[in-house]
Design a protein around this ligand. Sequence first.
Ligand SMILES: Nc1nc2c(ncn2[C@@H]2O[C@H](COP(=O)(O)OP(=O)(O)OP(=O)(O)O)[C@@H](O)[C@H]2O)c(=O)[nH]1
Ligand SMILES: [Zn+2]
Length: 208
Amino acid sequence: MADSKRKPRRAFKETADSPVGYDADRVEAAVREFLLGIGEDPDREGLRDTPGRIARSCAELFAGLDQDAEEVLATTFDASHDEMVLVRDIEVQSFCEHHLLPFHGLAHVAYIPPESGHVTGLSKIARLVDVFAKRPQVQERLTTQIADALVDYLHVRGALVVVDCEHMCMTMRGVRKPGSRTTTSAVRGQLRDAATRAEAMSLIVGGR
Ligand SMILES: Nc1nc2c(ncn2[C@@H]2O[C@H](COP(=O)(O)OP(=O)(O)OP(=O)(O)O)[C@@H](O)[C@H]2O)c(=O)[nH]1
Ligand SMILES: [Zn+2]
């Protein structure tokens, strides 16, 4: 279909992380082609609406491509808090960029507020995780991006991010190891200090 005739249903526009923006028509056409590719009949009753459904759901599943971590962390308030803040057990749902199969698990985010004593709302930490999770990802980059955003935008003195996930590409197919989990961590600033890091880890593990 010529571009001029296409009626793009754009959930979001071009951003730095999504250079061409979201184009539901493209997703829909690709899913139809995919169904043909796996030997299915995309016109049979049960599949007829599937390309459109997937196009709509992808706008939500990959919404992080349109979101800006700096904006999420822009709301801060003075809590005059000098010590570590830990938000534990944040649900992570993402897609591995190699197979576009889900990986899911938990993120734990610890940080030492900036010298100003400003903290961000607790929900913003969970939103930050989603900004980077709702994209095609690898777990290591997801972990690093969360830690770097805390340093770059919240100017924290230290950050420790631990992500623990099960990857469906390792359970449903391929090596088929259900129950195997991958743990990644990223540590920045004062949380590199052995004692502070140990304190954060004991809070993460101890809270289970
Ligand atoms: N490091 C890392 N690897 C990942 C992640 N998600 C998926 N993978 C791995 O990406 C790799 C891709 O390997 P390839 O050999 O290119 O693909 P493949 O033939 O499908 O590999 P198998 O999964 O071993 O069958 C696999 O080993 C996956 O387990 C992730 O978040 N981090
Ligand atoms: Zn994978």
